[in-house]
Design a protein around this ligand. Structure first.
Ligand code: OFO
Length: 170
């Protein structure tokens, strides 16, 4: 049975993961509005991944006799000054999520909650990947600068993102 402190912290993280999905859905809508369908597709796939992250924690709580309590999500932004700024915001958001995962890991260790620690291990690795992906895109956009052609090239590249089959089942 999971302890109350960890249960509360994991419920908060479910909200954060769903909040990420909500934020990236808002970014997908923004990219569609900017006529950047590749970037929009990338974000739509990310929305699905974030939902799977929330579900992973949800299932952990259920399996351990915890009670899931869904919390309200903050309204995401509607507009960004430029596509590059939106990607920067996505990268910053992932850094924020990593810091939360690290705090959860510390809590799991403090509480000697080994099952939560094992579950969180997956998230620690996942965050390395999430930060890496968004940071690379930010860096590419910095190189591209004001070039419209460069932006269209990157949009096409990002539109090639496929769903990572079975990833959520790992
Ligand atoms: Fe759930 O990893 Fe992004 O936020």
């Amino acid at each position: 049975m999971i302890g109350k402190t960890m249960e509360k912290a994991l419920n908060e993280q479910i909200r954060e993961e769903l909040g990420s999905a909500y934020l990236y859905l808002a970014m997908a809508a923004y990219f569609h509005d900017q006529n950047l369908p590749g970037m929009a597709r990338w974000m739509e796939i990310q929305v699905e991944e974030e939902f799977q992250h929330a579900l992973r924690i949800f299932r952990h709580l259920v399996e351990r006799g915890g009670r899931v309590k869904l919390e309200a999500l903050p309204e995401p932004k509607f507009e960004w000054p430029s596509p590059a700024e939106a990607w920067k915001a996505a990268y910053e958001h992932e850094r924020y999520i990593s810091s939360r995962i690290h705090k959860l890991m510390e809590l799991a260790r403090q509480e000697r909650d080994y099952p939560a620690e094992v579950m969180l291990q997956w998230f620690v690795s996942e965050q390395v990947e999430e930060e890496d992906q968004t940071r690379r895109i930010v860096e590419m956009l910095e190189r591209i600068g004001e070039s419209g052609r460069g932006l269209l090239w990157l949009d096409k590249e990002l539109g090639k993102r496929g769903r990572e089959e079975g990833k959520e089942e790992e």
